[in-house]
Design a protein around this ligand. Structure first.
Ligand SMILES: [Zn+2]
Ligand SMILES: [Zn+2]
Length: 865
């Protein structure tokens, strides 16, 4: 019999050891039948250990994996560490440690924590991205990108974090609120938030712009494929929307305007040509070649104007893009003294140079329509330019048509626009595009917001970029591609990938690993690292000294897991057969904050690998056909953060209350996609519930009653509810149903609950409280593990109450309801007699002849008189 007190420390440790010994969670990967690859986004060690947010998310994934296993699936649930990259390196520097030492220490703690949570991970197949046997293949992927013409190096104005002392990809530059940090300047001082502020996703420092030579991956080449694929996958909708918006496909038209008085044209790009009759000026980006030509004197303007433009261009160089395009900011600009002609109405539009127009958007020139664009309006007000109304709301009156104090950006009816007058803006859009194309004044084009992925980092803690530059070859115009250079662009001139047999290019252990901010990485101070021979001509050459972005490490780790430990793991990035059996990932569980970062990069890398034939196209064109975005845990109503001092360490709770109690509490706090609030009082209550379950089994079976109709129904109802709710990640309501069931069992006379009702309870608890369930399973006299048992099935007929109510009508009007024992509703005669004897019904039948009885089984009886 069970001991009275539940000793979670002894029970949890015991079962963790037994599971490990019996390899309970190590599936045979040769058997892909009913495979279920259950993946949680691996953590990046940027602290000494996991916080409760990790425990919350990983438990959500673990519950589902356990549920699938009990439903007959062969579940593979691996775990690892995203241990390379800025996140970990910044932490190491903060605590004055070497990242390699810090990672060796913290990953041990992470593992201990995840084991103590009782997660069903396959610990024989882990991945650590900073291990050379892993990053060898990260480097190989870089080389394959290069060979595919998808990697190139060029000088570009890029995002620079003065605190992390490295460049960042566009996706890693966010608003202060998205970073979840107070914005700081380069000196580390907190500054007030303002419109258009851009900060480093990692550290919250204001981004600067620098012109540097950088490696890029041509993800833009995959824009359409990335977009199309979104329609084929089962992902949390907001994550798909975020990717769609980031890719940002739009239909544009480029309109050519002749310049007044000189034989030149300027090409303007717009998505709203339906408002073109309202254009009153033109704005050119300071980086536009037309502006350069003015400064060089190729396009003649007054000397004073030229100097003003030149000064303005220099000032705008220091501003960030977001700062430039923010609405509500005072607009600046310089008039060029040049006019362009709008051929639609022969209007002469003055041309300005202004930095709210970016060279990277469209053609770098916009047409100013101040009546219908907020920034254009702000600019027009600043420079006293006319504002014309050309779109009105569908029910607008004359005063509105002539009002020029407001911007109207919505769709509506077109006015003051010649042949477009009276049209709906959508119709006008098409008509004017057709018209401009017919006249050869404009050309439709599709553009994307997506930019190429900036992959270089001027840091130490990452895989060295496996590329070699040869000055001799460069001077002769040679590269790895030799005569094919025209296809891949001149940016690769002089570059060769490291021969595959030389991989990995090991990250040397150096003491001076801290970034200097010079625009070069720490490896650039180590000639013993970078001096090498050219794979092309054999002469002296240099290695690239930047390392690759950490998001490349995590873009393929799920491909590696199943092949870890396979015979050829050292010779190939993944085993073809095992990969064919186990990929793609069946359920990917993780945070929505990775929407345009990891989740997009991984899709891109997977598609490249499929296109290059390294991943069988039979596995599909998407690595994660199903992605579920979990919510974000908060503590006592506020976001957990180190500065607030409210970061919950799961270790304390596991020690005090046990992992099962913590798991149950984390899953009970709210729906898995919400913002559950962790409160200490809540976990205490959950511990009491666990003890209640325990006592139920302690009281078990001295004089059991084998059958109880009431308990039967409750059991089937509970199994139904828990099964359906787990399937929809509504773990909180599943646990509520289990609690109700426990209450009903507790209400029975002591010792009278039959074992079958407790067995069902044990099985339902198994995904949530794996140790407790295992212990109870043994206590009730079972063999094997509870975690390899079949999930309980419910009988739909038995989930209903034992009585049934049938409405009775007389001539189609409701006159009464009869209640009968379930099962008896099949007997028409029985129910008809009951109805006729019911006092409420019988008074309508007095003295009448029943001509017809219409009965819909269990649902309705209609007596026709
Ligand atoms: Zn930073
Ligand atoms: Zn060479």
């Amino acid at each position: 019999m069970v001991v009275k007190k539940f000793d979670h420390r002894a029970v949890e440790k015991k079962w963790q050891e037994i599971w490990e010994k019996e390899a309970l969670y190590t599936p045979k990967l040769g058997n892909p039948e009913k495979k279920f690859y259950n993946l949680w986004m691996f953590p990046y060690p940027s602290a000494e250990g996991l916080h409760a947010g990790h425990a919350y998310a990983s438990t959500g994934s673990d519950v589902f994996g356990r549920f699938k296993r009990m439903n007959g699936f062969n579940v593979f649930q691996p775990i690892g560490y995203d241990s390379f990259g800025i996140h970990s390196e910044n932490y190491a520097m903060k605590i004055n440690d070497h990242p390699a030492k810090m990672i060796a220490r913290t990953t041990k703690h992470y593992e201990a924590q995840m084991r103590s949570l009782g997660h069903a991970y396959d610990w024989t197949r882990t991945v650590t991205t900073s291990d050379s046997d892993y990053y060898k293949w990260t480097q190989w992927i870089f080389i394959e990108m290069f060979k595919a013409g998808l990697a190139y190096k060029k000088k570009a104005k890029v995002n620079w974090c003065p605190s992390c002392k490295t460049v960042l990809a566009d996706e890693q530059v966010v608003t202060p609120s998205a970073a979840g940090k107070e914005p700081k300047n380069a000196k580390g001082e907190v500054v007030p938030v303002s419109e258009g502020m851009e900060v480093c996703e990692r550290c919250g420092t204001l981004i600067e712009r620098k012109e540097l030579e950088q490696w890029f991956f041509r993800i833009t080449e995959y824009a359409e494929k990335l977009l199309e694929g979104l329609d084929t996958i089962n992902w949390t909708e907001k994550v798909k929307t975020a990717q769609r918006n980031w890719i940002g496909k739009k239909d544009w038209i480029d309109i050519r305007y002749p310049i007044d008085g000189i034989n030149e044209e300027i090409v303007v790009s717009t998505t709203r040509p339906d408002t073109n009759f309202g254009a009153t000026f033109i704005v050119i980006s300071p980086e536009h070649p037309f502006v350069e030509r003015i400064i060089r004197g190729e396009i003649k303007v007054d000397e004073e104007v030229k100097n003003n433009i030149s000064n303005y261009v220099n000032v705008s160089k220091s501003k960030s893009d977001a700062e430039r395009i923010a609405e509500g900011k005072k607009k600046t600009g310089v008039f060029t003294n040049i006019y362009a002609i709008n051929r639609l109405n022969d209007y002469k539009m003055p041309i300005y140079v202004a930095d709210f127009v970016l060279m990277s958007v469209g053609t770098g020139v916009v047409v100013g329509v101040p009546g219908h664009d907020r920034r254009d309006f702000e600019f027009a007000k600043e420079f006293n330019l006319p504002v014309k109304r050309v779109v009105v709301g569908n029910d607008a009156d004359n005063s509105e048509i002539n009002s020029i104090e407001k911007v109207m950006e919505d769709d509506g009816k077109v006015v003051n626009s010649g042949f477009l007058d009276g049209l709906d803006t959508n119709d006008a859009l098409k008509k004017v595009m057709d018209y401009l194309e017919e006249k050869y004044w404009g050309k439709r084009t599709t553009r994307y917001h997506l930019r190429d992925w900036l992959i270089s980092r001027q840091r130490y803690w990452g895989p060295p970029i496996p590329m070699i530059y040869c000055e001799h070859c460069a001077q002769e115009g040679k590269s790895f591609f030799s005569d094919k250079e025209s296809e891949v662009g001149e940016e690769v001139c002089g570059w060769y990938p490291v021969p595959e047999s030389d991989l990995p290019i090991t990250l040397p252990e150096i003491k001076d690993f801290k970034p200097e901010g010079s625009g070069k990485g720490p490896l650039a101070n180590h000639p013993e690292f970078y001096k090498t021979k050219c794979p092309g001509c054999g002469k002296e050459a240099v290695r690239e000294t930047d390392v690759s972005d950490t998001f490349l490490d995590s873009a393929w780790y799920f491909l590696r897991y199943p092949s870890v430990g396979s015979e050829d793991a050292g010779k190939t990035p993944w085993n073809t057969e095992i990969t064919g059996n186990w990929l793609p990932v069946d359920l990917y569980f993780g945070g929505a904050e990775h929407a345009v970062l990891h989740l997009m990069y991984s899709r891109f890398v997977w598609k490249m690998l499929v296109d290059r034939g390294f991943v069988d196209k039979k596995l599909g064109y998407e690595p994660f056909p199903w992605f579920y975005a979990h919510g974000l845990m908060i503590k006592d109503g506020a976001k957990m953060s180190k500065s607030r001092g409210n970061v919950v360490n799961p270790d304390e709770y596991i020690e005090k209350y046990g992992a099962d109690t913590l798991r149950l509490y984390l899953m009970f706090m709210g729906p898995m996609d919400g913002y559950p609030d962790f409160r200490d009082t809540g976990i205490e209550g959950m511990r009491k519930f666990v003890e209640r379950i325990w006592s139920l089994f302690a009281d078990m079976g001295s004089k059991p009653k084998s059958q109880s109709p009431q308990l039967d129904i409750k059991m089937h109802q509970t199994v139904k509810k828990v099964t359906e709710d787990i399937g929809q990640f509504k773990y909180n309501t599943a646990i509520s149903a289990i609690m109700e069931y426990v209450n009903v069992l507790k209400a029975q006379p002591k010792g009278e609950v039959d074992k079958q009702y407790l067995t069902a309870l044990t099985l339902l608890l198994a995904p949530f409280t794996p140790h407790l369930a295992e212990e109870l399973w043994k206590v009730t006299g079972n063999k094997d593990s509870v975690h390899v048992q079949s999930w309980p099935v419910y009988n739909p007929d038995r989930t209903m109450e034992d009585t049934i109510s049938v409405p009775v009508q007389v001539n189609g009007k409701l006159r009464g309801i009869v209640t009968l024992e379930r099962g008896k509703e099949k007997d028409k005669e029985y129910i008809s007699n009951m109805a006729k004897n019911d006092t409420k019904v019988s008074k309508w039948l007095e003295g009448k002849e029943i001509k017809k009885e219409i009965y819909i089984e269990g649902r309705l009886l209609n007596l026709v008189i």
